[in-house]
Design a protein around this ligand. Structure first.
Ligand code: FAD
Length: 397
């Protein structure tokens, strides 16, 4: 049986970048992908625009436990190198609000330049190859697929991603294989995900979007906050501000069974005192019903605020608009999550080489690791950078 120098499991941004780099270092590489095409998640990234990098790229935008490893990866392959990599592939891009997008505004362009390079390199790509088991005999890895095909390789790179968006190719089997080899897996939970909450605000304001500030409050303590769009839905809360605080909420509920609330400031452009004065002034001028909040909030809000408005209770109304609390029941789950929080424990991975400290010759890259960046291009950036670095070290040892 042919023994490959490097087998790379998963053809997302991490696995593709790793394959391209390993092939450029003259290694005999095989890329194994369970789906019938590569890079499917890339095509939906950034709502089809693919926000692949951020001007501010550094470790502080990732979970605390991963920052040492992330710093080491970006120290070797950071913003400049990622841009250089895409320059070399022929991708033209621009940045807006510090986020990088392809100039075509199409994720398909990012995938296309990667595909072209992969095709031109000597990488053998096996599609519909779902890795279900792996063994190590002396220095050789034996990889088995679900339908019992076998591949042997001297080095392996795990780049199978996380659990988000299963329709685009997530998998849990590699977590199991990592555990079989002694690795700890931090319980994966959905992140950048809408939250569920039973509340009459959500019921009556369904479909309404506002610009607001939100705080994630765990067991009474605010732990994170964000400003941006909040969308009320029939099941709870969505929108960019909610996605930005959802990771902490999801970890607290799904890993620690803690009570989570979202505190909403629906009028972030006014101090509470100023809001109170303005409402009192309107009442003095004879404003009634929906006129009381007209021009401050969408008219639909009158329905949920009708008791306060009817009672002309300015103090209670202002407080409610600045501090509305929602009891969060959970998240909308993997089908609506953009990222996975959790994965292979970074403490067990050599932060310079991305080689497992437990299994010689096994490297790990991308979202399968317990590395989660905030929204804004940080996750794709880590996937490409860690893919590149893991291949460099796998090829050089
Ligand atoms: C809707 C959405 C929008 C997003 N937008 C952005 C954005 O704009 N910017 C950003 O930075 N990030 C974004 N992300 C996150 C980003 O897509 C991921 O962080 C990134 O794709 C992770 O790359 P990866 O290569 O580690 O894993 P993946 O992209 O998940 O690739 C893993 C690959 O491994 C394959 N695989 C899994 N298990 C097996 C197995 N057992 N055998 C063989 N193959 C296997 C999968 O089919 C998949 O192709 C978004 C995610 C989603 C879902």
């Amino acid at each position: 049986m042919n023994i490959y120098d490097i087998a790379i499991i998963g053809a997302g941004p991490a696995g593709i970048t790793a394959s391209i780099n390993a092939a450029s270092l003259k290694k005999n590489v095989i890329l194994l992908e369970k789906q019938n095409s590569i890079g499917r998640k890339i095509s939906v990234c950034g709502a089809g625009r693919c926000n692949f990098l951020n001007e501010n790229l550094n470790e502080s935008f990732y979970n605390l436990s991963a920052q040492k490893l992330v710093k080491s990866v970006f120290g070797q392959f950071g913003k400049k190198e990622i841009l250089g990599f895409f320059d070399e592939l022929g991708l033209k891009y621009y940045s807006e609000d510090r986020r990088f997008f392809p100039i075509t505004n199409q994720s398909a362009s990012v995938l296309k330049v990667l595909e072209i390079r992969l095709r031109k390199s000597a990488v053998k790509t096996e599609l519909n190859f779902e890795v279900s088991d792996m063994a190590k005999d002396e220095d050789i890895f034996l990889i088995k697929s679900k339908d019992l095909q076998k591949i042997s390789a001297k080095k392996v790179i795990f780049a199978a991603g996380g659990k988000a968006y299963p329709a685009l190719g997530s998998s849990t089997s590699l977590y199991g294989i990592a555990e079989k080899f002694g690795h700890g897996v931090i319980t994966p939970v959905p992140a950048a995900v809408p939250l569920t909450a039973k509340d009459q605000f959500c019921h009556f304001l369904q479909g309404q979007k506002i610009f607001a500030k939100v705080k994630c409050v765990i067991e009474g303590k605010p732990v994170s906050e964000a400003a941006g769009e909040v969308l009320f839905t029939k099941y709870g809360l969505s929108g960019t501000a909610i996605l930005d605080v959802s990771e902490q909420a999801s970890i607290a509920i799904n890993r620690h069974n803690k009570k989570v609330k979202i505190e909403l400031d629906a009028v972030p452009f006014m101090e509470e005192e100023a809001l109170k004065l303005e409402l009192a002034e309107r009442i003095k001028k004879g404003f009634e019903g929906e006129d009381l909040i007209a021009g401050i909030l969408p008219n639909k809000f009158t329905t949920v605020l009708k008791d306060y408005i009817f009672e002309k209770n300015v103090k209670a109304l202002s407080y409610m608009l600045k501090h509305k609390f929602f009891d969060v029941q959970g998240t909308r789950g993997w089908n609506e999550a953009e990222f996975t929080a959790g994965g292979i424990n970074t403490n067990e991975i050599n932060e310079k080489t991305l080689e497992s400290k437990l299994v010689k010759g096994l490297y790990v890259a991308g979202e399968i690791l317990d590395v989660t960046g905030v929204r804004g291009g940080y996750n794709l950036a880590f996937a490409s950078a860690s893919g590149f670095i893991s291949a460099k070290h796998a090829a050089n040892t």
